[in-house]
Design a protein around this ligand. Structure first.
Ligand code: ADP
Ligand code: ADP
Length: 226
């Protein structure tokens, strides 16, 4: 079952200095429950790609389909985790995770129940009443993962989520993410510039190769899972 389908995707930024072609002719698809990593050199358009899939930016060519429907704008069918901890600093950990369900019209008690369930899954139920600044970097990214998953998205979009963590914490977070992924019905698209991270996490690696002025090549590398 294909969840995400990207066909001939292109993005041209217009700037006063002229146009920048950030993506051109990108083709790939992601199946349900797959863990796909995207790697490629700096500036090849990885962040642009994930921002388009998140609905935070608009493509200028081609199409991106989620469950067969064109992506336009953000939606609760996509969970997102970025490198910077995008937690609200003035809300407790629990309220950060409750925010999405409440925006979706879940009642307070239901939202709290959902939040606690996901905080339990990331091992932070004891920190529900703490504030983000009281947590370590790894713990904050675990809260961000809980917050991204609480609305039960179809796909989790992650842009260098562990890029700001030290090597030991990053390794723990990778193991932790794989544990979560194994236990729930979630599809992951994960951007990294770290090949070791991609090999450890992915079922399949998409290598974005920039060819200035031409269609970009996407090389697909299957990774056998140990
Ligand atoms: P990556 O994440 O692979 O490093 P990006 O998606 O950030 O690549 O950038 C791809 C290209 O698009 C780069 O040449 C970058 O300079 C350009 N770019 C990214 N965002 C913008 C923007 N908002 N306006 C103009 N150019 C941009
Ligand atoms: P990083 O070093 O950034 O976070 P961890 O997420 O493992 O990595 O947490 C850092 C510190 O917080 C560790 O010293 C750990 O003991 C403590 N910690 C993390 N999770 C919990 C938890 N669920 N209960 C108690 N302490 C925790």
């Amino acid at each position: 079952e294909v969840i995400l389908e990207v066909r001939g995707l292109g993005k041209r930024y217009r700037t006063p200095q002229g146009d920048t072609e950030a993506l051109k002719g990108i083709d790939f698809s992601v199946r349900r429950r797959e863990f796909v990593c995207v790697i490629g050199p700096s500036g090849c358009g990885k962040s642009t790609l994930i921002r388009i899939l998140a609905g935070l930016d608009q493509h200028t060519d081609g199409e991106a389909l989620l469950d067969g429907k064109p992506i336009k704008g953000p939606g609760q069918d996509r969970g997102m985790v970025f490198q910077g901890y995008s937690l609200f600093p003035w809300l407790t950990v629990k309220k950060n995770v409750m925010f999405g369900p409440q925006m979706n019209g879940r009642g307070r008690d239901e939202a709290e129940h959902d939040a606690m369930m996901w905080l339990d899954l990331v091992g932070l139920e004891k920190f529900a009443d703490a504030y983000p600044h009281q947590l370590s970097g790894g713990m904050r990214q675990r809260v961000a993962i809980a917050r991204a998953l609480v609305n039960q998205p179809r796909i989790l979009l992650m842009d260098e989520p562990f890029g700001a963590l030290d090597a030991q914490t990053r390794a723990r977070m990778q193991t932790h993410l794989i544990d979560i992924w194994k236990n729930i019905d979630i599809t992951v698209l994960f951007i990294t510039h770290d090949l070791d991270e991609a090999i450890y996490l992915a079922d399949r690696i998409l290598v974005l190769k920039a060819h200035p002025g031409e269609v970009q090549e996407v090389i697909e590398v299957p990774v056998p899972r140990p």
